[in-house]
Design a protein around this ligand. Structure first.
Ligand SMILES: *Cc1c(COP(=O)(O)O)cnc(C)c1O
Length: 360
């Protein structure tokens, strides 16, 4: 951070370039483009991949709202499909052929601790001629068949919102891609449409504007923080997994509480969030709150029932798996500094509620 003050540019400068290189090394991406948020990363990625106004983009009905808003902000139309009850991700088997035929893009989301099944989604994309991009905002550290989240299609994103596995001290995000044309287009779009990489890489950055761009540049202070935090990311991911394993063990026989995405023992899990499903979700949330335990309900309203997408004409019952998840899911406390004793106290409180040893 001192170097940022010395440098004096504060935006889109040396630290951003350094972070991009460090993230490329960490993920295996050929190109990483730092931007100001995961949401803008999605908007710029879709535009850079050639999304034209009105293009339809298949997305899961259950995700953070930014997945579908980014499609609209890029000029597209989200087309929702239901999720797989095990992975909580877009399920290729639940995408109607007509919906796939009418779409130009498919954008699966990797939620909480597991990736979508990329083999079946890649096959779906091939079959219907769709461009595959990933909302891998939560996916740092997640790999499937050795390939990092975000690099299974034309590109993906990362969010560094403070709660994420790798969080900044404010908002930041990145686009990951192996495709040099996508990288070049995102680089321009984040900086008013001007070609070239960061100011540090290209002091003589072009002032010619190829097409109207955004201002989605990353702050150097955030990049400096992320470079430092990247050095402890692996340790933190290990600690998150330890806490998750403790939760798995202590909650295994608690009636009516099921871990989601499903317990697999898959070695590529990264616990951004530890999520459970339970029928009496809101009562459990209230009980834990009384015990001084903070939880989060990810995501209480499925995307097709969000008021901002009402124009698409969906109604309750359209995507039953997504709706059940939205009604039952809650996230237990999970962060690297959580102690085993604290995790045990959370589990004791959940067990007391579930076995009825406490007023509901
Ligand atoms: C966090 C998140 C985003 C948005 O990222 P921001 O950096 O908050 O804009 C998009 N999609 C998913 C799945 C996310 O979890």
């Amino acid at each position: 951070m001192e170097e940022v003050f010395e440098d004096g540019k504060f935006s889109h400068s040396t630290q951003v370039g350094r972070l991009e290189q460090a993230l490329a090394d960490r993920t295996g991406a050929r190109h990483v483009i730092g931007v100001n948020s995961g949401t803008d990363a999605l908007v710029l990625l879709l535009k850079a991949c050639g999304l034209r106004p009105g293009d339809r983009v298949l997305v899961p009905a259950y995700s953070f709202v930014a997945t579908a808003s980014a499609v609209v902000l890029a000029g597209g139309v989200p087309v929702f499909a239901d999720i797989d009850p095990d992975t909580y991700a877009l399920d290729a088997g639940r995408v109607p052929a007509a919906a796939a035929d009418g779409a130009r893009f498919v954008m699966p989301v990797h939620l909480f601790s597991r990736m979508a099944d990329m083999a079946s989604l890649t096959a779906l994309a091939r079959r219907h001629g769709l461009t595959l991009v990933e909302d891998s905002a939560e996916g740092i550290g997640m790999r499937q068949n050795g390939v990092h989240a975000g690099l299974h299609g034309r590109g993906g994103v990362l969010s560094f919102f403070p709660t994420k596995t790798l969080g900044a001290l404010g908002d930041a995000g990145a686009v990951l891609t192996d495709d040099p044309e996508v990288a070049e287009a995102v680089s321009a779009l984040r900086h008013h449409g001007r070609a070239g990489r960061t100011l540090a890489h290209f002091p003589g950055i072009s002032t010619e504007t190829g097409r109207p761009g955004h201002n989605s540049k990353m702050d150097d202070l955030q990049a400096a923080v992320l470079i430092a935090k990247l050095t402890v990311l692996d340790e933190e991911i290990v600690r998150r997994a330890e806490i998750a394993a403790l939760y798995d063990r202590l909650l295994k026989d608690v009636p009516g509480v099921t871990r989601r995405p499903a317990l697999t023992g898959a070695s590529d899990e990264v616990f951004y969030v530890y999520l459970v499903e339970t029928e009496r979700r809101d009562a459990l949330v209230a009980h834990l709150e009384r015990e001084g335990i903070e939880t989060e309900t990810y995501y209480p309203v499925p995307l097709h029932l969000q008021p901002c997408f009402a124009g698409l004409g969906h109604r309750p019952g359209d995507f039953p798996v997504a709706e059940a998840a939205a009604a039952r899911a809650l996230a237990l406390p999970l962060y690297p500094d959580l102690t085993d004793a604290q995790a045990r106290r959370v589990c004791d409180a959940v067990r007391a509620f579930s076995t009825g040893r406490t007023p509901a």
